[in-house]
Design a binder for this molecule. Sequence first.
Ligand SMILES: Cc1cc2nc3c(=O)[nH]c(=O)nc-3n(C[C@H](O)[C@H](O)[C@H](O)COP(=O)(O)OP(=O)(O)OC[C@H]3O[C@@H](n4cnc5c(N)ncnc54)[C@H](O)[C@@H]3O)c2cc1C
Length: 377
Amino acid sequence: MKEFDVLIIGGGPSGAMTGIELQKRGFNTCIIDKASFPREKLCGGGLTQKTMDLLATHCPEIDPKEYAIGQTQLVDFYHRTTRITHTKIDDPCFFTDRKLLDTSLISLYKVKGGTLIENCRINSKDINFNENKVTTGSEVFQYRYLVGACGCSTLFTKPFNIKRNDFFCLETRIPKEQPNDEPCRIYFGAIKIGYGWYFPKNDHDVLGIGGENNEKQIPAQAEAFFREATSKPRLPSKGAFIPSGKKINALTVQPNVILVGDTAGFIDPITGEGIYYALLSGIYAAESIEQSAKNKANQLIAIYSAKCRAIKQNMKWGFLFVRLLYSDKVMAYFIKALQIHPRFVKYYLDEVMSSYRQNYKNFIWHYFTKVRNKVAQ
Ligand SMILES: Cc1cc2nc3c(=O)[nH]c(=O)nc-3n(C[C@H](O)[C@H](O)[C@H](O)COP(=O)(O)OP(=O)(O)OC[C@H]3O[C@@H](n4cnc5c(N)ncnc54)[C@H](O)[C@@H]3O)c2cc1C
């Protein structure tokens, strides 16, 4: 039997960051992943400035050149095929290939002394939550704390009848359209709730679409969107789930088991940015375990919930914005408003998306007050 203070299932950004931060704090940890690194992960790979800042602060050993394979300060919004805004943002938006980013993080985890077990898929029946044990074949892992970091898998939610509210994405790769200074593009109108994206990287570009898939309509809509957005030859598209941002699935499922990243359901409901919250929740998980381990009574749930409160609040307001935005009447008005008020777009991109200097609540109130004042004049 192998004994660890903390066992982490999943070595993506959330699991790796949890492991890195716990190793820094002197915990004996193990990450188990079904894949072996470097591994592919379907993702647009967009990294905002706040994500770059988080990585620089918590993983200064990693040179951004290891994983950042493109950047731009130009963002174009489209409605179907018509460009409606062209904005230069203050901080660049960076792009990564997840094979590179996730390998950098997991390598740092190993340098910090963490144990990584690869090619090992954990199934629900392998986890004995009452005895704090995970069994894989002939190996038994005993843990004090367990962290669920296995993306949108239902490993931690299904056994506890917790419903996931995931959206679905499809993505394809295409040859680069322009060599330099190409804007990233956001497309509205191809799908009812969700959007399309075009992200320029160093040696290829990425075209994707994601959103609500209740009627399993996304594959057909994606095909039409890809044809509309580019005439270039493209690789066969691949699909993956992403949290919808409707609400958190669960932060904990047992007093000593916490969930991070996509497993918990963390995502920016408007942009679909998940890497930032995956890293941040990993940091919070490590801090919570450290604080909880110092107390006699197990206060892990209370500590972790308190740390995640601001994320939950921001997601709540962000999802409210999504509901307003994607209603038929508002979307038509919104498209017009974007064209008439380019400063609104820049404010959102700089102050909210890139930096979270303004959270969604402040952002909505800021503009609601402006509109109300205009009406009153
Ligand atoms: C098409 C698409 C585009 C996206 N674009 C962006 C973007 O541009 N920017 C952004 O910030 N976010 C984006 N996201 C969201 C982002 O990919 C996720 O939020 C992020 O990967 C979450 O990290 P994580 O560590 O929680 O999970 P993951 O990155 O999914 O990592 C989970 C890990 O767990 C392992 N695992 C899963 N199940 C098991 C199991 N049973 N046993 C053992 N190991 C297991 C997997 O192999 C994997 O390594 C996108 C998502 C999709 C689907």
